[in-house]
Design a protein around this ligand. Structure first.
Ligand code: ZN
Length: 320
C-alpha cells in the first residue's frame, strides 16, 4: 500500500501548519493544525493504494495554557466544514481518505489517545484510512526530535517533514501503529522538494499571517496602489519641472526611464499578489467564505489601478 500525495496537497499541509508555528512566532505559542484529505482507494482488492487529491485545513488549536488535555475538539462550525468537504468529495466520487495534523517542534508519531482515536474513527469508516503527522521543524532542520528528554536527536537526510501512520488494529483505540509508504508527486527529486519547500516556508513565514489575513493583505495591496499612483504623479511632476526649466530635450529619456521603473514596480507587485492568491488556497475552510471575496475585491482595485498604465504613459508623452 502506497500513499500518493500531489504537490499541492503537500504544500497545503506545509503552509497551513507553518502559519501557526514559524520563526516569527515564539516557540511556546506554536499550535497544532488539523485537517483531512480527500481522495480515493485505487487498485485491486488487497493491493490498493491511496490516491490523495487534496488536503483541507480545518482548524488550529486555540492556545489555552489552562487546558492540559485534548486541546483540539472540532467546533460545530468545523463539523459543518467537514460535512461540506465530504459533500465536495461525493461530486467526484471521492471521500475522506484520512486525516493530518502537525506536531510543531516535537516528534512525529501518533501520540496519546487523541491521535489514535481520530485515526481509529477514520479507519472504521474506510479500512485504508491514513494519519499523516507533520513537523515543520523536522523539515527545516532535518532532524527527528527525541520523544523524551535524554533521547538522542536523530539527523535526517532529505526528509519532507512528515510520516504517515496506520493503526495495526482498527478495532482497538490502544493499538500500536506502523508507518506507511508514500510518494509525493510533482517534484524532480527529493532534494528539489526539500530545497523548494524550505524556501516556501520562508514565504509562508513572511506572507501568511496566523491572524488578520484580510487586513494584512488589504494593507499590503492598498500600500502598493498608493505607491503606484505616487510613481505616476512623481513622473508627471518631474516632466513638468523639466519643461519649466526649458530642458525639454531630456524629457523622452526621463520618461523612458520612469516608465521602466513603474513597469518593474508593477511586475514585482504582481509577483507578490501571485503569492497572496496562492495562499488563499491554504486557508482554513471556515475562513474561505469571508477572506477570499474580501481579497478578490481588493485585488480588483489593484487591477483597475494598473490596467490603464500604457494609456497613462502615452498620455504623458503626448502632454510633453
Ligand atoms: Zn498528535
Amino acid at each position: 500500500m502506497v500513499i500518493i500525495i500531489p504537490k499541492k496537497a503537500y504544500l497545503t499541509i506545509v503552509a497551513a501548519c507553518v502559519r501557526f508555528a514559524n520563526a516569527k512566532i515564539q516557540r511556546e505559542d506554536w499550535v497544532e493544525v488539523h485537517g483531512v484529505f480527500l481522495g480515493k482507494n485505487v487498485g485491486k482488492k488487497n493491493k490498493q493504494d491511496v490516491v490523495i487529491s487534496a488536503a483541507f485545513p480545518i482548524m488550529h488549536e486555540k492556545f489555552d495554557p489552562e487546558q492540559v488535555v485534548d486541546r483540539y475538539e472540532f467546533s460545530e462550525e468545523e463539523y459543518v466544514n467537514l460535512a461540506l468537504i465530504e459533500e465536495k468529495g461525493f461530486e467526484t466520487d471521492e471521500f475522506v481518505v484520512g486525516w493530518w495534523h502537525s506536531h510543531p517542534g516535537f516528534k512525529v508519531m501518533l501520540s496519546g489517545l487523541g491521535d489514535r482515536k481520530t485515526t481509529l474513527y477514520w479507519q472504521s469508516i474506510n479500512p485504508l484510512a491514513i494519519a499523516l503527522v507533520f513537523n515543520p521543524d523536522r523539515l527545516t532542520r532535518q532532524v527527528e526530535l527525541p520523544f523524551k528528554k535524554g533521547d538522542p536527536i536523530i539527523q535526517l537526510k532529505s526528509d519532507p517533514g512528515f510520516k504517515i501512520f496506520r493503526l495495526d488494529d482498527s478495532n482497538d483505540s490502544k493499538s500500536n501503529f506502523h508507518e506507511v509508504e508514500y510518494r509525493i508527486e510533482g517534484y524532480e527529486s527529493i532534494e528539489q522538494l526539500i530545497t523548494s519547500t524550505q524556501k516556501f516556508i520562508i514565504d509562508v513565514t513572511n506572507f501568511f499571517p496566523a491572524e488578520n489575513v484580510p487586513k494584512t493583505y488589504e494593507k499590503l495591496i492598498n500600500d502598493q496602489i498608493t505607491k503606484f499612483n505616487s510613481l505616476l504623479l512623481g513622473t508627471e511632476e518631474y516632466l513638468t519641472t523639466l519643461q519649466n526649466q526649458g530642458q525639454t530635450e531630456r524629457i523622452p529619456e526621463v520618461l523612458d526611464n520612469q516608465s521602466k521603473d513603474i513597469r518593474k514596480f508593477v511586475a514585482v507587485t504582481s509577483n507578490k499578489i501571485g503569492t497572496i492568491k496562492e495562499f488563499l488556497d491554504y486557508l482554513e475552510y471556515k475562513e474561505r467564505a469571508i477572506v477570499i471575496p474580501h481579497i478578490e475585491e481588493i485585488l480588483t482595485k489593484w487591477d483597475a489601478a494598473v490596467s490603464g498604465l500604457d494609456k497613462k504613459l502615452k498620455e504623458l508623452s503626448k502632454k510633453f
